[in-house]
Design a protein around this ligand. Structure first.
Ligand code: G3I
Length: 447
């Protein structure tokens, strides 16, 4: 038995080293062979898309278009379909730059998200000073004309963009459009549906990622109301512009899931996360996992290709560096799309430890359970004794937040002691991981 304990101890040490190595290598690892090697192909495995914002004046840059053509299967015009671009003079429509983006995308077999039909910002000068019925009619005419022009070519329209106020009110943002009457949003959706019945119609906003924020709740109530009254809305876009002051919330998955439960698709529409290295990569991982965990999260769009293409380039918020090289965040996203883990989870295997204080001995075997963006399940199966004590140790910032089929007590915040509770020799638990996907260590002794 002494020999067994020693050999198990060696296995355990080797396991620890392998896991540590896996953790260290996680963000630079290549996708496993057989896995998809581009973002679009990887997303398509679960029926989703992976898109990017595109600027018409960059389509002549071969590095830019090379990455665009290779990696993405959905395209959003970054500025070229906005009101000031498409109707620079009232009643005179201009589609040149938008068409370049749409045609380039469609020629490459990509789909297009339309952005945006009605918005308080980037209005043409003639519209900015309008009010009342004249503005309402001008807005509805704009929606009708642009959606009709692109009928059949748009997967989803951001019909209305950013109509809710920041802060604690949970209400509408003041704007010239809002002052035409609270029903301006539903009027825009009805006009868009009439103009292009085949396009999904989305409401799109930022700072709506945290479920507990008033703005999120305000948008939720509007979508709930629209669904109950038959206003034609199909999707909600979450812009997802994150940085250290506005990090990815731990309840992001809850937000996406709750909106989807209203009967709409959810889409991550303008994703960028300021930062670098493994910290940035882990946040991208969490966002991607949150989408994958929601059946009606139909796709993710990043707001630009290279860091230098970004509207906030100094924050290096994208998946490719200024030279077009893949960043750690790219690999993290690709790995999540391929296998749900972002490469930050050790490969599936089991780890066991034993000890033999009373001569009987027992073995505890850990196996992986379900994973979510913020937590994962684990299971331990004991053999060799029915009278066991298993110690489960998690590493910071992990916390065990639920247990089943065991009687549990805590030696410290990170160390749980599990005993039989009459449910057999297998028990489970949920770990809130806080970005740390490492497995717990388990050890068994006979009581
Ligand atoms: O093209 C002109 C150029 O000729 C001129 O020299 C230069 C001088 O400032 O301006 C250039 O236009 C700029 C345009 O981007 C193209 O680069 C505008 O000033 C600038 O305001 C505009 O910014 C855009 C911004 O929306 C406007 O609100 C960003 O590119 C675009 O990424 C950003 O996208 C928005 C989404 O539509 C909605 N959600 C938030 C997101 C980020 O702000």
């Amino acid at each position: 038995m002494t020999l067994t304990v020693k050999s198990v101890a060696r296995v355990s040490l080797v396991s620890t080293l392998v896991l540590a190595a896996a953790g260290a290598a996680l963000l630079s690892a290549s996708p496993a062979s057989g896995a998809a090697s581009t973002l679009a192909a990887a997303a398509q495995q679960s029926g989703r898309y992976f898109g990017t914002a595109v600027a018409a004046n960059k389509l002549g840059d071969s590095t830019y278009t090379g990455i665009l053509n290779r990696e993405f299967d959905m395209v959003t015009a970054e500025n070229e379909m906005k009101m000031d671009a498409t109707e620079p003079n009232q009643g005179q429509f201009s589609y040149g730059n938008a068409d370049r983006i749409v045609n380039q995308a469609r020629n490459q077999g990509k789909r297009v998200r339309g952005h945006a039909l009605a918005w308080h910002s980037q209005q043409p000068g003639w519209m900015q000073n309008m009010s009342g019925t004249a503005l309402r009619n001008a807005m509805l005419n704009h929606v009708t004309q642009v959606a009709t022009y692109y009928r059949g070519k748009i997967y989803a329209w951001d019909v209305v963009n950013e109509a809710f106020a920041d802060g604690s009110s949970g209400g509408r943002r003041d704007s010239n459009l809002q002052r035409t009457g609270n029903d301006w949003i539903e009027a825009a959706f009805r006009a868009a549906r009439a103009a292009d019945p085949g396009a999904k119609l989305c409401y799109n906003d930022y700072n709506t990622d945290n479920w507990s924020h008033a703005k999120t709740q305000g948008v939720y109530r509007m979508v709930q109301d629209f669904k109950s009254r038959g206003v034609p809305i199909d999707c909600v876009g979450f812009q997802a512009h994150f940085n250290s002051g506005n990090p990815v919330p731990s309840n992001y998955h809850t937000t996406l899931q709750n909106f989807a439960a209203l009967g709409v698709d959810v889409q991550i529409t303008e994703l960028d996360i300021e930062g670098s290295g493994s910290s940035q990569a882990q946040q991208y991982q969490g966002v991607t996992q949150a989408c994958l965990a929601v059946a009606r999260c139909t796709g993710i769009t990043v707001w630009g290709i290279r860091d230098t293409d970004s509207w906030r380039a100094s924050g290096t918020p994208l998946l490719f560096d200024g030279n077009g090289n893949k960043k750690a965040a790219y690999t993290s996203v690709l790995n999540v799309l391929n296998d749900g883990t972002g490469g930050t989870t050790p490969p599936t295997s089991t780890t066991t430890t034993t000890s033999n204080p009373g001569g009987g001995g027992c073995t505890a075997t850990y196996s992986e359970g379900e994973k979510w963006s913020d937590r994962f399940n684990g299971q331990v199966t004991v053999s060799g004794s029915d009278n066991w004590i298993v110690t489960v140790t998690v590493s910071s910032p992990q916390r065990i937040i639920a247990t089943w089929n065991t009687s549990a007590s805590w030696e410290s915040a990170n160390v749980m002691t599990a005993r039989p509770n009459g449910s057999g020799n297998s028990f489970g638990f949920t770990i809130s991981h806080g970005g740390n996907w490492n497995w717990p260590s388990v050890s068994c002794r006979v009581a």
